[in-house]
Design a protein around this ligand. Structure first.
Ligand code: NAP
Length: 491
């Protein structure tokens, strides 16, 4: 609420989602002195994507000490790349350490959010209502499973689920398992199940480049050093976030003709040539598009797993799913006990299906009729005091989304400070800034590797890469301080 002196120290905040970015928001906003904060979480636990994804083999391909809040280093990570359940425990531990449970309302989904009378009016799935001066959408990107449009899926008599809805009651050992998809998820599942399934069939529609990687465990000596000297963890984090490797990878992505990209291409090609013994299998695993066009897959053991005698890579197209299994275009029926859909997510949803209505009745569906977009990934014109973390057009890829969210939140806090100090009541990106940013972004996106001729969730409905197409440095510079001339400051 705005005080009579035009200043406000008791702004009311609503944060949508208690995943990585929602937890971060709760901690940082409270640290900044705000006390009236509610985080609404549709599920019964924190953790977001790490709560939803529990599939065998789940590992983050961002290094452990980088996939960590800067203010909460974790000397206990078991491996260089963290397993999913450790990440979930980390978020639960941070939530409890910072007493966030008291500000989180679980099992409550925000279904409508409308800006009226200078505040955000919130409707909840339970029928309840709430109000806020500031809304932070921390809803994540990949949370709506994509169910493939394959005929007969509902006729299958075995067990069937999406990779993000893993049913741990279903036995795996010795069984006939089918897996549709070979993105980061499908590849990790194959690696984990090759030694357990009786027969494992991976249905591949498009081949993937695989970057070799190693995932050694941290030794007890290393962990003891991390405990004693937290700076050593920060160094590892810095090295991953801003070090040469990431900078080179970013340069490669945004300039498909760069030397860095040629290096990446050479490594994945060598991995394929040397990693797969059978020439026929090698050809079926050879992509016909350039490396990193789809999100780069890192794996220490996928090629080994796919060559196991009980594992078959199926590249003949799927005709339909039947009661007993998957029927291929050539008439072959692959009988299965379990069929897993590792078919990805609808990446353009963001805070939807929530109805979001900004100034003068402007609906998000109208604002985003062409494509989801946000100025610097943070703010949408005419949606005042509504800010997104990991929103559209931000840096996604093989980077730490925690690092990105922390930088975005620090930037958003500077905008909120304008409201807190009474400089304005409402702040949102101006239409001019949005148009200019979008035009520049789309032009730059054409040069990226994502636009080099493949299909992926990086592309919007018109085939334009949606992610941040500039350097990492530019993102860091932009996030250091808002250019206020790019914002409508009202009231
Ligand atoms: P994805 O990369 O979107 O891959 C989906 C897979 O399903 C693709 O192989 C796709 O084939 C296939 N597919 C979709 N519809 C199909 C259909 N109708 N018929 C046959 N195949 C179909 O999804 P994901 O593997 O779940 O990964 C999504 C993202 O989550 C990743 O890119 C990454 O950002 C994140 N992730 C990260 C990690 C990690 O850190 N290691 C692990 C898992 C996920 P096409 O290629 O032919 O479209």
């Amino acid at each position: 609420m705005m005080g009579t002196n035009g200043k406000s120290d008791d702004l009311r905040f609503i944060v949508i989602g208690a995943g990585m970015a929602g937890i971060l928001s709760g901690i940082k906003l409270r640290e900044a002195g705000y006390s009236d904060i509610t985080i609404y979480e549709k599920a019964d636990r924190v953790g977001g994507t790490w709560r939803e994804n529990t599939y065998p083999g789940l590992t983050c391909d961002v290094s452990s000490h980088s996939y960590t809040y800067t203010f909460e280093p974790n000397p206990e990570w078991s491996h260089r790349y963290p397993p999913g359940d450790e990440i979930q425990s980390y978020f639960e531990g941070v939530t409890s350490k910072y007493d966030l449970d008291e500000m989180i309302v679980f099992n409550e989904e925000i279904v409508r959010c409308e800006h009226a009378d200078g505040r955000w009016q919130i409707e909840l799935s339970s029928g309840g209502r709430d109000e806020a001066d500031i809304v932070i959408a921390a809803t994540g990107v990949l949370h709506h499973p994509n169910y493939p449009d394959i005929a007969g899926l509902d006729e299958f008599e075995g067990e069937l689920f999406h990779s993000a809805r893993w049913d741990h009651n279903i036995p795996l050992d010795g069984r006939r398992i089918g897996l549709i998809g070979n993105g980061s998820t499908g590849v990790q599942i194959v690696s984990a199940l090759a030694s357990r399934a009786g027969e494992l069939y991976q249905f591949q529609r498009t081949a993937q480049w695989i970057m070799p990687s190693q995932n050694p465990a941290f030794t007890e000596e290393e962990k003891a050093r991390f405990r004693k000297d937290p700076a050593s963890m920060r160094e590892m984090k810095e090295e991953f976030d801003t070090g040469d490797g990431v900078a080179r990878f970013t340069n490669a992505i945004i300039d498909a003709d760069s030397d860095e990209m040629k290096e990446i291409e050479a490594v994945v090609l060598q991995n394929l040539e040397e990693g797969i013994a059978d020439p026929d299998l090698r050809e079926r695993l050879r992509p016909t598009y350039r490396a990193a066009c789809k999100r780069m897959i890192f794996s220490p053991d996928y090629y080994e797993a796919i060559q196991s005698p009980n594992v078959e890579l199926v590249t003949t197209e799927i005709d339909r799913v039947e009661a007993k299994g998957v029927r291929l275009e050539d008439g072959r029926l692959i009988e299965l006990d379990l069929l897993v859909l590792a078919t990805g997510f609808k990446a353009d949803r963001f805070m939807r299906p929530m109805d979001l209505i900004g100034r003068n009745g402007l609906k998000l569906e109208q604002a985003w009729s062409k494509r989801p977009h946000a100025y610097l990934s943070i703010s949408i014109p005419d949606f005042p005091n509504f800010f997104m973390l990991n929103g559209p057009n931000g840096p996604v890829g093989n980077f730490s989304l925690i690092d990105i969210a922390e930088r975005q939140l620090a930037y958003i806090e500077q905008l909120i400070a304008l409201v807190r100090s009474g400089r304005c009541r409402e702040v949102s990106a101006s239409s001019d800034a949005m148009v200019r940013f979008d035009a520049e972004r789309i032009e730059a996106a054409k040069k990226t590797i994502w636009a080099s001729g493949c299909n992926s969730w990086y592309l919007d409905a018109e085939g334009v890469p949606a992610s941040w197409p500039f350097t990492q440095k530019r993102f860091h510079d932009e996030m250091s301080e808002p250019h206020l001339e790019d914002y409508d400051l009202i009231g």
